[in-house]
Design a protein around this ligand. Sequence first.
Ligand code: SF4
Length: 285
Amino acid sequence: MSHYLLPDGNVQIAFSGGRTSAYMLHEILEANGGLPEKAKIVFANTGREMPQTLDFVYEVSEQWSAPIVWLEYVKERPFFKVVDHATANKTGKPFDEMLEKRKVLPNVKMRFCTSDLKIRPAERYLRAEGWKQWTNFVGIRFDEAHRQSLKTQGNSLYSWTRSYPLIDAKISKHDVAMFWKSQNFDLQMENLNGSNIYGNCDGCFCKSEQKLAELIREYPERAKWWLDKEEEYAHRGTYGRWSQKQSRKALHDFVDRQGDWIFDAKNDVLCQADDGECGMAEDEE
Ligand code: SF4
């Protein structure tokens, strides 16, 4: 039996705007002959996504006739709003509003941004649609299976469990890359060993020093948003920094002072290790 056949009851299909979750969506649409009424595809925009990601979400929807619900966090009730490709924020407003409310910056140990900006807006939206129990299909591949969580979320009024069809189907980075080679459209960002430097939030604190330095070099105005937030929240001490390892100011200064030689991987100056992935945070709070 196909791993992509939807179970009984309502199903949320989480779409991050990346190639892997788009691949999962494609397989679900194929296996179920389109999108069944009981299913909703949900994309949550943090406002720090690259424009290419937003264009890709739109194109997936158009190319595959798949209605995608675009959500954004707002700081007032109901704490989410429905947007679309044209009205989606592109300057970080949902993230800003969340920080105003939380009054501290998230970091790898306190990744509340995933939950506040992505998981809870989707949950609130689905509850507002009258859903009480549902299955959440999540696009995590076999090679990253350690990220899965099978815990049921919610309370006695509503609850949801996750399903990981790509893990069950043993889908790897290579399979996803091959799939996109055969399509007539793609995410307009480079696929580097199965990962995308600028995927998810552009300057996410989970990204390696190398990726953040690339952002500073290639998109200085986008990197500045993350720098400005650290300056705005500096009075919170430890909770006013994205990372305990290094401030963004120190990284900006380093990139400014050094030449392009630091970007040469063989010089091994910038750390290339990521601190996890967005999407793990819900069980860590
Ligand atoms: S991509 Fe990073 S900064 Fe953005 S919501 Fe996820 S963990 Fe937070």
